[in-house]
Design a protein around this ligand. Structure first.
Ligand code: S3P
Length: 172
């Protein structure tokens, strides 16, 4: 076990479709903690959807907002937070996650990730003719970042939600 203290936040990182929101919500319930989703917090503060933020401000604008909201919510005691897939891209964000809490990387294969996001229109980075190739490319760019920030890495491929939650809970 990594020795999680009661007030320390748990952060879930990983690609789009890795299950951060689903697993995070279930983990929070198991641990009797509050759950927050970073994308949801960003949208709540902006009043427009993520695709609209990307349309108007570009990825850079979105990343600036993501960083600001992360800095704010990472201070909340005892939460489980699902971050967005690209939250680890900025060095300041990685440092913040490592400093403030326990970081869990939810790892999944390109096929699995693609299967889970195939019908989703809410992810502007995947609005390309070949989303699967895009996922492979993003994963290749980010894998070492996820690994470098993680205290715990969990494969989400074959297990049920409850078995993944159980393994995380046992390791905390
Ligand atoms: C992104 C992932 C999304 C969202 C935005 C960018 C990324 O979050 O923050 O579309 O760069 O991987 P999810 O991982 O929750 O889908």
């Amino acid at each position: 076990p990594v020795g999680l203290s009661t007030r320390q936040p748990v952060f879930l990182v990983g690609m789009m479709g890795a299950g951060k929101t689903t697993i995070g919500r279930a983990l929070a319930r198991t641990m009797n903690r509050d759950f927050l989703d970073l994308d949801h917090e960003i949208v709540g503060r902006c009043g427009v959807s993520i695709p609209v933020i990307f349309d108007i401000e570009g990825e850079e604008g979105f990343r600036n907002r993501e960083k600001m909201v992360l800095e704010e919510v990472a201070q909340i005691d005892g939460i489980v937070l699902a971050t967005g897939g690209g939250a680890v891209l900025r060095e300041e964000n990685r440092a913040l996650l490592r400093r403030q809490g326990i970081v869990i990387y939810l790892k999944a294969s390109v096929d699995e990730l693609y299967r889970r996001v195939a019908k989703d229109r809410n992810r502007p980075l995947l609005a390309t003719p070949d989303p699967k190739a895009r996922i492979a490319e993003l994963l290749a760019q980010r894998e070492t970042l996820y690994e470098s920030v993680a205290d715990i890495t969990i494969e989400t491929g074959s297990g049920s939600i409850s078995s993944v939650v159980k393994s995380i809970h046992n390791l905390l």
